[in-house]
Design a protein around this ligand. Sequence first.
Ligand SMILES: NC(=O)c1ccc[n+]([C@@H]2O[C@H](COP(=O)([O-])OP(=O)(O)OC[C@H]3O[C@@H](n4cnc5c(N)ncnc54)[C@H](O)[C@@H]3O)[C@@H](O)[C@H]2O)c1
Length: 344
Amino acid sequence: MNARIAVIPGDGIGREVIAEATRVLQALGGLALEPLPWSADHYLKTGITIPAGGYDTLRSFDAILVGALGDPRVPDNRHARDILLGTRFELDLYVNFRPVRLLDDRLCPLKNRTRRDVNFVVFRENTEGLYVGAGGRMRPDTDQEIAIQEEVNTYLGVHRIVRHAFDFAIAQGLRKVCMADKSNAMTHGHALWQRVFKELAPKYPMIEATHLYIDALAMLLVQSPDQFEVIVTNNLFGDIITDIGGALQGGLGMAASGNIHPGRTSMFEPVHGSAPPLAGKNIANPIGAILSAALMLDSLGRADDARRVERAVEEAVHTGETTRDIGGPLGTREAGAAILRRLR
Ligand SMILES: NC(=O)c1ccc[n+]([C@@H]2O[C@H](COP(=O)([O-])OP(=O)(O)OC[C@H]3O[C@@H](n4cnc5c(N)ncnc54)[C@H](O)[C@@H]3O)[C@@H](O)[C@H]2O)c1
Protein backbone atom coordinates (compact mmCIF):
# COMPACT_ATOMS: atom_id res chain seq x y z
CA MET A 1 0.00 0.00 0.00
CA ASN A 2 1.21 3.51 -0.78
CA ALA A 3 2.39 5.52 2.22
CA ARG A 4 0.23 8.64 2.62
CA ILE A 5 2.21 11.86 2.86
CA ALA A 6 0.75 15.24 3.84
CA VAL A 7 2.58 17.95 1.90
CA ILE A 8 2.50 21.51 3.26
CA PRO A 9 4.52 23.73 0.90
CA GLY A 10 3.70 26.80 3.03
CA ASP A 11 5.11 30.22 2.14
CA GLY A 12 7.75 31.88 -0.01
CA ILE A 13 10.54 29.63 -1.24
CA GLY A 14 8.94 26.78 0.72
CA ARG A 15 6.60 26.31 -2.21
CA GLU A 16 9.38 26.27 -4.79
CA VAL A 17 11.66 23.83 -2.98
CA ILE A 18 8.80 21.49 -2.09
CA ALA A 19 7.80 21.34 -5.76
CA GLU A 20 11.26 19.86 -6.46
CA ALA A 21 11.19 17.48 -3.49
CA THR A 22 7.75 16.33 -4.64
CA ARG A 23 9.04 15.54 -8.14
CA VAL A 24 11.80 13.41 -6.63
CA LEU A 25 9.32 11.51 -4.45
CA GLN A 26 6.94 10.99 -7.38
CA ALA A 27 9.78 9.54 -9.44
CA LEU A 28 10.47 6.99 -6.71
CA GLY A 29 6.80 6.00 -6.52
CA GLY A 30 4.93 4.16 -3.80
CA LEU A 31 3.74 7.35 -2.11
CA ALA A 32 0.36 9.09 -2.10
CA LEU A 33 1.24 12.79 -1.79
CA GLU A 34 -1.66 14.94 -0.57
CA PRO A 35 -1.09 18.71 -0.65
CA LEU A 36 -2.54 20.84 2.15
CA PRO A 37 -2.99 24.57 1.50
CA TRP A 38 -2.11 25.79 5.03
CA SER A 39 -0.01 28.92 4.57
CA ALA A 40 -0.02 32.71 4.94
CA ASP A 41 -2.13 33.04 1.78
CA HIS A 42 -4.69 30.60 3.15
CA TYR A 43 -4.76 32.40 6.52
CA LEU A 44 -5.16 35.84 4.94
CA LYS A 45 -8.00 34.55 2.74
CA THR A 46 -9.89 32.48 5.32
CA GLY A 47 -8.71 33.63 8.77
CA ILE A 48 -7.81 30.00 9.43
CA THR A 49 -4.26 28.99 10.34
CA ILE A 50 -4.94 25.29 10.83
CA PRO A 51 -8.55 24.06 10.67
CA ALA A 52 -10.38 22.42 13.57
CA GLY A 53 -9.21 18.82 13.73
CA GLY A 54 -6.13 19.74 11.69
CA TYR A 55 -3.66 17.99 13.98
CA ASP A 56 -5.79 14.83 13.88
CA THR A 57 -5.77 15.08 10.08
CA LEU A 58 -1.97 15.21 10.19
CA ARG A 59 -1.82 12.23 12.58
CA SER A 60 -3.76 10.16 10.02
CA PHE A 61 -0.86 10.39 7.53
CA ASP A 62 2.29 8.26 7.52
CA ALA A 63 4.50 11.34 7.37
CA ILE A 64 4.41 15.10 6.76
CA LEU A 65 6.62 17.10 4.41
CA VAL A 66 6.79 20.87 4.98
CA GLY A 67 8.44 23.68 2.99
CA ALA A 68 8.65 26.78 5.18
CA LEU A 69 6.29 29.13 6.97
CA GLY A 70 6.72 32.85 7.49
CA ASP A 71 5.37 35.85 5.63
CA PRO A 72 5.84 39.58 6.25
CA ARG A 73 2.07 40.08 5.74
CA VAL A 74 1.50 38.14 8.97
CA PRO A 75 3.75 40.13 11.30
CA ASP A 76 3.04 38.04 14.40
CA ASN A 77 3.67 34.83 12.42
CA ARG A 78 0.52 33.37 13.94
CA HIS A 79 0.00 30.88 11.12
CA ALA A 80 3.59 29.60 11.37
CA ARG A 81 3.19 29.20 15.12
CA ASP A 82 0.04 27.13 14.69
CA ILE A 83 1.13 25.07 11.70
CA LEU A 84 4.78 24.43 12.48
CA LEU A 85 5.31 24.84 16.22
CA GLY A 86 1.74 23.63 16.82
CA THR A 87 2.40 20.38 14.94
CA ARG A 88 5.69 19.83 16.78
CA PHE A 89 3.91 20.22 20.11
CA GLU A 90 0.57 18.55 19.34
CA LEU A 91 2.11 15.51 17.66
CA ASP A 92 4.78 15.45 20.39
CA LEU A 93 7.61 15.42 17.84
CA TYR A 94 10.27 15.68 20.51
CA VAL A 95 13.30 14.81 18.37
CA ASN A 96 14.54 17.48 16.03
CA PHE A 97 17.13 15.63 13.97
CA ARG A 98 19.53 17.77 11.98
CA PRO A 99 22.40 16.05 10.19
CA VAL A 100 25.31 18.32 9.25
CA ARG A 101 27.30 16.75 6.43
CA LEU A 102 29.52 18.57 3.98
CA LEU A 103 28.90 17.15 0.49
CA ASP A 104 31.82 18.79 -1.30
CA ASP A 105 35.04 20.30 0.09
CA ARG A 106 34.61 23.40 -2.03
CA LEU A 107 31.39 24.33 -0.19
CA CYS A 108 33.00 24.58 3.26
CA PRO A 109 33.54 28.19 4.39
CA LEU A 110 36.38 27.12 6.73
CA LYS A 111 40.03 27.14 5.60
CA ASN A 112 41.61 23.73 4.97
CA ARG A 113 38.57 21.76 6.05
CA THR A 114 37.24 18.85 4.04
CA ARG A 115 34.30 16.45 3.97
CA ARG A 116 36.05 14.38 6.63
CA ASP A 117 35.88 17.29 9.08
CA VAL A 118 32.20 18.18 8.79
CA ASN A 119 30.01 15.18 9.48
CA PHE A 120 27.96 15.21 12.67
CA VAL A 121 24.33 15.25 13.78
CA VAL A 122 22.48 17.55 16.14
CA PHE A 123 19.55 16.44 18.25
CA ARG A 124 17.55 19.46 19.30
CA GLU A 125 14.85 19.06 21.95
CA ASN A 126 11.71 20.09 20.11
CA THR A 127 8.77 20.33 22.51
CA GLU A 128 10.01 22.33 25.51
CA GLY A 129 12.50 25.03 26.37
CA LEU A 130 11.94 28.66 25.52
CA TYR A 131 9.61 27.88 22.62
CA VAL A 132 6.56 26.74 24.63
CA GLY A 133 5.24 30.30 24.72
CA ALA A 134 5.12 30.59 28.52
CA GLY A 135 5.30 34.14 29.82
CA GLY A 136 3.65 37.44 29.14
CA ARG A 137 3.97 41.17 28.68
CA MET A 138 2.90 43.75 31.21
CA ARG A 139 2.27 47.33 30.11
CA PRO A 140 3.14 46.46 26.50
CA ASP A 141 4.35 49.22 24.19
CA THR A 142 5.12 51.59 27.07
CA ASP A 143 8.42 52.62 28.65
CA GLN A 144 7.39 50.53 31.65
CA GLU A 145 7.01 47.34 29.67
CA ILE A 146 8.02 44.07 31.33
CA ALA A 147 8.34 41.03 29.07
CA ILE A 148 8.87 37.56 30.50
CA GLN A 149 9.60 34.46 28.44
CA GLU A 150 9.96 31.33 30.50
CA GLU A 151 11.94 28.22 29.71
CA VAL A 152 10.38 24.86 30.44
CA ASN A 153 12.59 21.83 31.13
CA THR A 154 11.01 18.62 32.36
CA TYR A 155 12.74 15.46 33.49
CA LEU A 156 10.75 13.43 30.95
CA GLY A 157 11.52 15.84 28.12
CA VAL A 158 15.24 16.11 28.77
CA HIS A 159 15.60 12.40 29.48
CA ARG A 160 13.97 11.23 26.25
CA ILE A 161 16.00 13.49 23.94
CA VAL A 162 19.33 12.73 25.66
CA ARG A 163 18.53 9.02 25.63
CA HIS A 164 17.62 9.26 21.94
CA ALA A 165 21.01 10.84 21.19
CA PHE A 166 22.86 8.02 22.97
CA ASP A 167 20.73 5.32 21.32
CA PHE A 168 21.31 6.87 17.90
CA ALA A 169 25.08 6.88 18.49
CA ILE A 170 25.01 3.20 19.42
CA ALA A 171 22.80 2.27 16.45
CA GLN A 172 25.08 4.12 14.01
CA GLY A 173 28.32 2.77 15.48
CA LEU A 174 29.40 6.24 16.63
CA ARG A 175 31.51 6.86 19.72
CA LYS A 176 30.95 10.42 20.88
CA VAL A 177 27.98 12.30 22.33
CA CYS A 178 28.34 15.92 23.45
CA MET A 179 25.62 17.62 25.50
CA ALA A 180 25.56 21.43 25.38
CA ASP A 181 23.77 23.70 27.83
CA LYS A 182 24.36 26.91 29.75
CA SER A 183 24.26 25.43 33.23
CA ASN A 184 26.87 27.89 34.51
CA ALA A 185 24.37 30.74 34.10
CA MET A 186 20.98 29.03 33.87
CA THR A 187 21.38 27.29 37.17
CA HIS A 188 17.86 25.91 37.54
CA GLY A 189 16.72 24.57 34.17
CA HIS A 190 20.10 23.46 32.98
CA ALA A 191 20.96 21.78 36.26
CA LEU A 192 18.29 19.33 35.15
CA TRP A 193 20.14 18.75 31.86
CA GLN A 194 23.33 18.11 33.87
CA ARG A 195 21.56 15.68 36.17
CA VAL A 196 20.00 13.70 33.33
CA PHE A 197 23.20 13.58 31.29
CA LYS A 198 25.20 12.33 34.28
CA GLU A 199 22.51 9.76 34.99
CA LEU A 200 22.40 8.39 31.42
CA ALA A 201 26.06 8.55 30.35
CA PRO A 202 27.22 5.63 32.55
CA LYS A 203 24.56 3.43 30.91
CA TYR A 204 26.48 3.84 27.63
CA PRO A 205 30.06 2.97 28.65
CA MET A 206 31.14 2.53 25.03
CA ILE A 207 30.30 6.18 24.30
CA GLU A 208 32.60 9.05 25.14
CA ALA A 209 30.13 11.45 26.77
CA THR A 210 31.28 15.07 27.01
CA HIS A 211 29.73 18.37 28.01
CA LEU A 212 30.26 21.88 26.64
CA TYR A 213 28.69 25.20 27.45
CA ILE A 214 26.77 26.28 24.38
CA ASP A 215 28.96 29.34 23.74
CA ALA A 216 32.08 27.15 23.72
CA LEU A 217 30.33 24.71 21.38
CA ALA A 218 29.51 27.54 18.96
CA MET A 219 33.19 28.48 18.86
CA LEU A 220 34.41 24.89 18.44
CA LEU A 221 31.96 24.18 15.62
CA VAL A 222 33.89 26.79 13.66
CA GLN A 223 37.40 26.01 14.98
CA SER A 224 37.35 22.22 14.92
CA PRO A 225 34.06 20.67 13.76
CA ASP A 226 35.86 17.36 13.19
CA GLN A 227 35.70 16.50 16.90
CA PHE A 228 31.91 16.13 16.90
CA GLU A 229 29.76 13.11 16.08
CA VAL A 230 26.49 13.55 18.02
CA ILE A 231 25.42 16.78 19.73
CA VAL A 232 22.33 17.05 21.92
CA THR A 233 20.95 20.32 23.22
CA ASN A 234 17.79 22.25 23.98
CA ASN A 235 15.28 23.88 21.65
CA LEU A 236 16.73 27.40 21.39
CA PHE A 237 20.39 26.43 21.33
CA GLY A 238 19.72 23.68 18.79
CA ASP A 239 17.92 26.18 16.57
CA ILE A 240 20.90 28.53 16.63
CA ILE A 241 23.79 26.08 16.29
CA THR A 242 22.17 24.27 13.37
CA ASP A 243 22.34 27.53 11.41
CA ILE A 244 26.10 27.35 12.04
CA GLY A 245 25.80 23.75 10.86
CA GLY A 246 24.01 24.95 7.72
CA ALA A 247 26.84 27.39 7.03
CA LEU A 248 29.43 24.61 7.46
CA GLN A 249 27.56 22.63 4.77
CA GLY A 250 27.67 25.49 2.28
CA GLY A 251 24.60 27.47 3.32
CA LEU A 252 21.14 27.17 4.80
CA GLY A 253 19.76 25.87 1.51
CA MET A 254 21.71 22.63 2.04
CA ALA A 255 20.38 21.70 5.50
CA ALA A 256 17.71 19.04 6.13
CA SER A 257 15.75 18.12 9.24
CA GLY A 258 13.22 15.76 10.73
CA ASN A 259 10.78 16.44 13.57
CA ILE A 260 10.34 12.96 14.90
CA HIS A 261 8.42 10.95 17.46
CA PRO A 262 9.84 7.46 16.94
CA GLY A 263 7.11 5.13 15.73
CA ARG A 264 4.58 7.88 15.07
CA THR A 265 3.71 10.29 12.25
CA SER A 266 6.71 12.60 11.90
CA MET A 267 7.37 15.81 9.99
CA PHE A 268 10.28 16.59 7.67
CA GLU A 269 11.37 20.05 6.49
CA PRO A 270 14.41 21.95 5.30
CA VAL A 271 16.10 23.94 8.07
CA HIS A 272 15.73 27.23 6.22
CA GLY A 273 12.73 29.55 6.32
CA SER A 274 10.60 31.14 3.61
CA ALA A 275 13.32 33.66 2.60
CA PRO A 276 10.89 36.33 1.28
CA PRO A 277 13.57 38.23 -0.71
CA LEU A 278 14.29 35.04 -2.72
CA ALA A 279 10.69 33.95 -3.23
CA GLY A 280 9.21 33.66 -6.72
CA LYS A 281 12.57 34.15 -8.46
CA ASN A 282 13.49 30.51 -9.11
CA ILE A 283 16.78 30.93 -7.20
CA ALA A 284 16.22 29.02 -3.94
CA ASN A 285 18.35 25.93 -3.42
CA PRO A 286 16.06 22.86 -3.33
CA ILE A 287 18.68 20.51 -1.80
CA GLY A 288 17.68 21.01 1.86
CA ALA A 289 14.10 20.10 0.95
CA ILE A 290 15.14 17.11 -1.18
CA LEU A 291 17.45 15.79 1.56
CA SER A 292 14.59 16.25 4.05
CA ALA A 293 12.47 14.06 1.78
CA ALA A 294 15.29 11.49 1.96
CA LEU A 295 15.15 11.59 5.77
CA MET A 296 11.41 10.99 5.45
CA LEU A 297 12.03 7.95 3.23
CA ASP A 298 14.37 6.59 5.91
CA SER A 299 11.64 6.99 8.52
CA LEU A 300 9.23 5.10 6.23
CA GLY A 301 11.65 2.16 6.08
CA ARG A 302 12.85 2.97 2.55
CA ALA A 303 16.55 3.34 3.29
CA ASP A 304 17.62 2.23 -0.21
CA ASP A 305 15.57 4.99 -1.82
CA ALA A 306 16.87 7.49 0.73
CA ARG A 307 20.49 6.61 -0.20
CA ARG A 308 19.63 6.84 -3.92
CA VAL A 309 18.32 10.38 -3.41
CA GLU A 310 21.39 11.35 -1.38
CA ARG A 311 23.70 9.97 -4.07
CA ALA A 312 21.84 11.85 -6.80
CA VAL A 313 22.17 15.08 -4.77
CA GLU A 314 25.88 14.49 -4.17
CA GLU A 315 26.56 13.86 -7.84
CA ALA A 316 24.72 17.02 -8.86
CA VAL A 317 26.74 18.98 -6.29
CA HIS A 318 30.06 17.48 -7.48
CA THR A 319 29.32 18.34 -11.11
CA GLY A 320 28.23 21.86 -10.17
CA GLU A 321 24.66 21.47 -11.43
CA THR A 322 23.27 23.55 -8.62
CA THR A 323 21.77 26.90 -7.72
CA ARG A 324 23.89 30.03 -7.39
CA ASP A 325 24.09 30.09 -3.58
CA ILE A 326 26.50 27.14 -3.83
CA GLY A 327 28.27 28.29 -6.96
CA GLY A 328 26.21 26.71 -9.75
CA PRO A 329 24.50 28.40 -12.70
CA LEU A 330 21.02 26.89 -12.33
CA GLY A 331 17.62 27.95 -11.11
CA THR A 332 15.56 26.03 -8.53
CA ARG A 333 13.65 24.04 -11.15
CA GLU A 334 16.72 23.23 -13.23
CA ALA A 335 18.73 22.17 -10.16
CA GLY A 336 15.82 19.94 -9.12
CA ALA A 337 15.70 18.48 -12.64
CA ALA A 338 19.47 17.73 -12.54
CA ILE A 339 18.98 15.68 -9.36
CA LEU A 340 15.97 13.94 -10.85
CA ARG A 341 17.96 12.96 -13.97
CA ARG A 342 20.60 11.32 -11.81
CA LEU A 343 17.96 9.49 -9.84
CA ARG A 344 16.58 7.96 -13.00
N1 LIG B 1 10.99 26.13 9.54
C1 LIG B 1 10.51 27.27 9.05
O1 LIG B 1 9.49 27.26 8.39
C2 LIG B 1 11.27 28.53 9.27
C3 LIG B 1 12.60 28.53 9.69
C4 LIG B 1 13.27 29.74 9.80
C5 LIG B 1 12.61 30.93 9.51
N2 LIG B 1 11.30 30.88 9.15
C6 LIG B 1 10.58 32.10 8.73
O2 LIG B 1 11.02 32.44 7.41
C7 LIG B 1 10.99 33.87 7.27
C8 LIG B 1 12.36 34.36 6.81
O3 LIG B 1 13.31 34.11 7.85
P1 LIG B 1 14.86 34.37 7.74
O4 LIG B 1 15.12 35.33 6.65
O5 LIG B 1 15.36 34.65 9.09
O6 LIG B 1 15.49 32.92 7.38
P2 LIG B 1 15.54 32.14 5.99
O7 LIG B 1 16.09 30.80 6.27
O8 LIG B 1 14.23 32.19 5.31
O9 LIG B 1 16.58 32.94 5.09
C9 LIG B 1 17.82 33.45 5.54
C10 LIG B 1 18.79 33.55 4.36
O10 LIG B 1 19.35 32.26 4.12
C11 LIG B 1 19.51 32.04 2.75
N3 LIG B 1 18.68 30.91 2.33
C12 LIG B 1 17.73 30.29 3.07
N4 LIG B 1 17.21 29.27 2.39
C13 LIG B 1 17.82 29.24 1.20
C14 LIG B 1 17.70 28.40 0.05
N5 LIG B 1 16.85 27.37 -0.01
N6 LIG B 1 18.47 28.68 -1.02
C15 LIG B 1 19.34 29.69 -1.00
N7 LIG B 1 19.51 30.50 0.06
C16 LIG B 1 18.76 30.28 1.15
C17 LIG B 1 19.12 33.33 2.06
O11 LIG B 1 20.25 34.13 1.91
C18 LIG B 1 18.15 33.95 3.05
O12 LIG B 1 18.07 35.32 2.88
C19 LIG B 1 10.55 34.44 8.61
O13 LIG B 1 9.17 34.66 8.56
C20 LIG B 1 10.86 33.31 9.59
O14 LIG B 1 10.05 33.34 10.72
C21 LIG B 1 10.63 29.72 9.00
